[in-house]
Structure formats: structure tokens, C-alpha cells
Design a protein around this ligand. Structure first.
Ligand code: P6P
Length: 336
């Protein structure tokens, strides 16, 4: 590689060498996931030029309007990952039920969950979107996987990652040995290691929340945000900045890069649904990444990665980012 840079392919293979008894199965699976993200990046980058913008005129299991690119990205993930024999099944934000690997292909020992195009409401206005994925081991009989096989706490994840389709396309990954970031070199079509061993600052002066929901928030969140807004004149004795991109991948990436706290808390509007964000393919993979980078991720009441899932599309409140800020918000929930 130019300038002695390490490609993602080389990085994954060198990681594999550290794992005793590794067969190369996981490495090959991760390579297929990366290939799917490169294809999605290409389509996102072309946008209107290839007629992929706009709504598909359908709704997903979440009751959300599906963009054309939501469906196309989902198809790309299925087609790129179904044939190689590494997976028993897949589950996606865009599909009601699990996708068992078709009988014409061999089944493998892993399960893959993904949100193929997170933040897709931004796609038509050309704001960063991304792909989030999580890899679990398939417990028991992988010959006939069921939705129950996926219902494992976040601590069981083998790997979590996201691609962010922004000014540059990046891939950020953890396999439980820290977090590393790779930038897509479009001239060679390869991801290259550019952000090794990412660590989140424990403190921050930046918070991210959809402030239009303020009247629905619980008291601990309202207390935290009010203190941030009071800045130097209040409890915190420092001024804060606010961001809201409405694309979780973009918020998490900013937090990994310069610290911060992201909140999509339980509010009275979403209380009956359990929250806004989905546990299996948004909150858990992002929590794994955030914790591996030295941050924290909680519902405000419990560590997200400890939650025993009860459903494939279960929603949870999410408060994640700089450790000291998340712990402060948790303490406010305990005070209440
Ligand atoms: P709101 C995108 O739809 C998403 O799932 C996350 O990526 C994002 O953080 C959140 O929802 C945005 O929600 O209510 O601000 O549109």
C-alpha cells in the first residue's frame, strides 16, 4: 500500500492470526460485509444520477416510510452475504422476519443483523447516512435458525461496525479488541486504516438530542439538558454546544472523533414502543463500539449491552458517548 498504509483486508487477516483456531470463516464474512458497504457507498454517492432517491411508496415493520435506497441497500446486503456459507440467517430493520439462508446455499455458524441505511430520511437532502451491522454466533442448531437465535444480549456480539457515507466513506469496526477506522480510497476501491485505536474523550461540551421532543422527556434528561443550556451561568460552569443530524451513524462517528453525548431517551411519546432506536441493529452494535472506545452506553437505567432482548425489533432508550457525561445522566436517573 502507498505510504505504508494498512488495508482493511490486511488488518482483518492480521487480526485473525491472533485468534487461536481461527478458520478464516469470520474474516471472509467480514470481507463480504465490506463489499456490500462499498456497493451501497457507490449508489449513495451517485444519488439522483441513478434514480435511487425518493420514497419507495411502502412502509417497513417499524411503520416508517421506506426510501428506494432502504430497499436497494437491504437487497445488496442479502445478496452479498447469503451465498458464502458463513451465516445461518440474517435480520434487518427493513424485514419483518429473519432471513434464513436459502437451501441452495450452505449455512454457517454466524448470524448477521443490520440496518442497511440508517438515517435514510437524510438521503434526499444529501446529509450523511450509514450502514450499521452486528455479528453474533448462532447458538444450537444452525440448520434451522429461528428469531429466538438472534435474541442474545449485546455482550454476545462477535463484531460490530458501521459504514458512514459522508464527505468520505469510512468503515469503523470492533471485534472486542478496540475500535479502528478505515477510509475508502476510491482510486483503488479499498478501505485503508486511517484512525487506529479510537478513544473517546471522557468529558465533553457537546450534546446531541432532538430538542423538539423536550415536552415529552423524563425529568433526569430535562435536568441534564437544562444544565447544558445554562452553560457557564449554571451548575456545569461551562458552555455546551448542541448537534442533531438525525442520523445515528453520523452522531456516533462525531462522538468517536471528538467526544460528546447522544441521547434518544425514553419519552412519553414513544413510551409504549419502548423508545425510538432498535436494540438489535442500532443500539447494541453502536454500544459495543462506544464501550470498546472507552465510552459508555445506557438506557439511563441499565447498560444497553446487558439487556436480554425479547423481540427482533425491540426498541430501547439510548444515552451513549463520553463516559463521564453518561455516568452523570445515569446518576440523575438514580436521583429521580
Ligand atoms: P428523529 C434514523 O431514522 C434514526 O433511526 C437514527 O439514525 C436517528 O438518530 C434517529 O432515528 C432520528 O430520529 O426523531 O430525530 O427523526
Amino acid at each position: 500500500m502507498q505510504n505504508n498504509r494498512v488495508s482493511l483486508t490486511q488488518f482483518i487477516i492480521e487480526e485473525q492470526r491472533r485468534v487461536k483456531g481461527a478458520t478464516g470463516d469470520f474474516t471472509s464474512l467480514l470481507n463480504d460485509i465490506v463489499t456490500a458497504c462499498k456497493q451501497i457507498s457507490g449508489l449513495v454517492n451517485k444519488g439522483a444520477l441513478v434514480g435511487v432517491l425518493g420514497s419507495a411508496g411502502s412502509e417497513n415493520v417499524q411503520g416508517e416510510t421506506q426510501k428506494k435506497l432502504d430497499i436497494i441497500s437491504n437487497e445488496i446486503f442479502l445478496q452479498t452475504n447469503e451465498w458464502a456459507g458463513h451465516l445461518a440467517a440474517m435480520a434487518s430493520e427493513e424485514m419483518d422476519d429473519i432471513y434464513p439462508i436459502p437451501a441452495r446455499y450452505p449455512r454457517g455458524k454466524y448470524l448477521l443483523t443490520f440496518d442497511p441505511l440508517d438515517g435514510s430520511s437524510n438521503i434526499d437532502v444529501n446529509v450523511s447516512v450509514g450502514t450499521i451491522f452486528s455479528i453474533l454466533r448462532c447458538p444450537g442448531n444452525c440448520e434451522n435458525p429461528t428469531a429466538e437465535a438472534f435474541l442474545q444480549p449485546g455482550t454476545q456480539q462477535v463484531c460490530a461496525g458501521y459504514a458512514i457515507y459522508g464527505p468520505s466513506t469510512m468503515m469503523v469496526l470492533t471485534t472486542g479488541h478496540g475500535v479502528n477506522g478505515f477510509t475508502l480510497d476510491q482510486s483503488i476501491g479499498e478501505f485503508v486504516l486511517t484512525h487506529a485505536n479510537i478513544q473517546i474523550p471522557a468529558d465533553t461540551n457537546e450534546f446531541a438530542i432532538n430538542a423538539s421532543n423536550m415536552r415529552f422527556w423524563e425529568k433526569p434528561v430535562k435536568r441534564y439538558v437544562d444544565e447544558c443550556l445554562a452553560g457557564k451561568t449554571g451548575e456545569r460552569d461551562k458552555d455546551f454546544n448542541m448537534r442533531w443530524v438525525a442520523s445515528m451513524v453520523a452522531e456516533v462517528h462525531r462522538i468517536l472523533t471528538r467526544g460528546g453525548v447522544f441521547m434518544y431517551p425514553l419519552d412519553s411519546k414513544m413510551k409504549d414502543k419502548g423508545g425510538k432506536l432498535r436494540l438489535m441493529y442500532e443500539a447494541n452494535p453502536m454500544s459495543f463500539i462506544i464501550e470498546q472506545a472507552g465510552g459508555a452506553s445506557s438506557t439511563g437505567r441499565t447498560r444497553i449491552m446487558d439487556i436480554q432482548p425479547t423481540g427482533l425489533h425491540q426498541r430501547v432508550p439510548v444515552i451513549l458517548g463520553s463516559r463521564n457525561e453518561v455516568e452523570r445522566i445515569i446518576s440523575y436517573h438514580q436521583d429521580a
